[in-house]
Design a protein around this ligand. Structure first.
Ligand code: ADP
Ligand code: MG
Length: 237
């Protein structure tokens, strides 16, 4: 990755707000105006107590939900005025998502699961895309297991399939919400090392929610949410 690419802005939040139950007696604001920038080189942990708003923020950044105020720029594009189709297209082309529970499709093989995002975007995968998915499965240590269904894989292997699926569209931004929370420590370390390598080699910015201080200590930047506000952001340099 060149120095210029490394500094490319992937994400910018300006005064981002989120309320739930808008217009009802139970309306509650859970994000109170967040400002944040992420560049392609960034490898950041998002930490904070349960209920501080981490998942809410990741769902907004991943364009799975809409903010109630402020602006969210993805790859320089303001997203608030976009319709659902534009948001889906931008998400598919720029964001990979890994959740705590992998959400693999049980009826599909590992290879088919990895190909899912490409099929959603273009219909049927071509030979180059199948080759790319196979190469990614090999990179996450699953060569030879391409035809297995999720229930024929261990928990750590399933999560590695989910990581390959998140990366197959070569996203500029990888969002991970407690991706290792369900794994033993060896599998968790392996998944973490994969994120590290993809960040370094392909300039995929990583924003990782984790409760594990051993993992957040290995990130380059730690963003701490407290009660819906960014309490501190330790960026290097
Ligand atoms: P975290 O991921 O840091 O644990 P969340 O983003 O899940 O935090 O939740 C932040 C706050 O928003 C919590 O008080 C939670 O109860 C509330 N919340 C989350 N989702 C909803 C929802 N769909 N409706 C109403 N309140 C919600
Ligand atoms: Mg959460």
């Amino acid at each position: 990755m060149s120095e210029r690419d490394a500094g490319q802005e992937v994400l910018r939040l300006q005064g981002l707000r989120k309320s739930y139950n808008v217009g009802k007696p139970t309306e509650v604001e859970v994000l109170h105006g967040l400002d944040l920038r992420l560049q392609r080189r960034d490898f950041a942990a998002l930490v904070g107590a349960s209920g501080s708003g981490k998942s809410t923020l990741l769902n907004l950044i991943g364009l799975l939900d809409r903010p109630t105020g402020g602006e969210l720029f993805l790859l320089g594009q303001a997203t608030s005025g976009m319709d659902d189709g534009e948001r889906t297209a931008l998400r598919g082309g720029s964001i990979g998502f890994v959740f705590q529970f992998h959400h693999l499709i049980q009826a599909f093989t590992a290879l088919e699961n990895v190909l899912m995002p490409l099929m959603a975007a273009t219909g049927k995968p071509d030979g180059e895309q199948v080759a790319r998915a196979r190469a990614l499965l090999a990179e996450v240590g699953l060569a030879g297991l391409e035809e297995r269904k999720p229930d024929q894989l261990s928990g750590g292997q399933q999560q590695r399939v989910a990581v390959a699926r998140a990366l197959v569209s070569r996203p500029a931004l990888l969002l991970a919400d407690e991706p290792t929370g369900n794994l033993d420590s060896k599998s968790a370390a392996e998944v973490f090392q994969l994120f590290r390598r993809f960040n370094r080699e392909f300039g995929c910015a990583v924003l990782l929610v984790t409760h594990d201080p051993r993992l957040s200590a290995q990130c380059d930047r730690t963003i701490t949410l407290m009660d819906g506000r960014i309490e501190c952001d330790d960026a290097p340099g």
